[in-house]
Design a protein around this ligand. Structure first.
Ligand SMILES: [Zn+2]
Length: 145
């Protein structure tokens, strides 16, 4: 995870002019753990994903917790595999939102992050997860069979 060029990672590599604080909240160092687990954006998006997938809320203390959480949420089969994909997609979308804020000045909006996760996730499950018959309605209800 140290290869992700967070502000803190760049500061530790002696990048000039980088403070190392979270680009989104500015409240903590921009570590991978902070950006994807404890930053307010990560937590709000996580809450939404738990509600959407009907998975009990789980507090991730580390990035490793996040990438292993699909094993411990009670999902089975495709629903479990898709949930794992949603976690990876969530990190990617948060990273993109962080970069749009940092480099384009575009404010992070939770609704847009969630919308992007759902829409890209839908395209992904229909094309890559052998769920081509899944409807948007079932996807929004997380009815994965
Ligand atoms: Zn933050």
């Amino acid at each position: 995870m140290s290869k992700i060029p967070t502000s803190d990672a760049l500061r530790r590599r002696n990048m000039v002019g980088v403070e190392g604080l979270c680009s989104i909240c500015g409240d903590d160092l921009e570590l991978v753990e902070h950006l994807f687990t404890t930053c307010w954006v990560a937590m709000l998006v996580w809450n939404h994903i738990c509600n959407w997938t009907r998975v009990q809320r789980f507090f991730a203390f580390s990035f490793r917790d996040l990438i292993e959480v699909h094993e411990h949420v009670g999902l089975k089969g495709k629903a479990k595999k898709v949930f794992q994909g949603i976690i990876f997609l969530r990190c990617w979308v948060i990273w993109r939102a962080r970069n749009k804020l940092k480099f384009e000045g575009k404010q992070v909006k939770i609704e847009e992050v969630i919308s992007e996760i759902k829409s890209i996730g839908f395209l992904w499950v229909r094309s890559r997860a052998k769920l081509s018959s899944l409807s948007w309605t079932d996807w929004c209800k997380y009815e994965i069979v």
